[in-house]
Design a protein around this ligand. Sequence first.
Ligand code: SF4
Ligand code: SF4
Length: 86
Amino acid sequence: MVKFIYDAEKCVLPHDPEQLRPTVCLKCIEACPKSLLMFRPVREKDLSGAPVRYEIHMAFKSQADKYCPSCLRCVEVCPKKAIRIK
Ligand code: SF4
Ligand code: SF4
């Protein structure tokens, strides 16, 4: 069974107020051949109403067996070792 494990403490994606998105890293998203990875804002907002940071999310996570072939490219490109696939 494929399990996507993500450590938000290691992967820090700050909000860029000018571009309204994280502008750092996102290498895992670029590397995924199945386009399963995406970023999404956390619920916590700062005083201006912007998300304090973003997190990486896997689409169809509950059906990862079906969609993720465990190629491990996301694991290999991550400079923070924030992703594990089990
Ligand atoms: S293991 Fe491969 S297919 Fe699965 S999420 Fe990572 S990069 Fe995408
Ligand atoms: S590659 Fe790693 S550090 Fe970069 S966005 Fe993805 S999980 Fe975060």
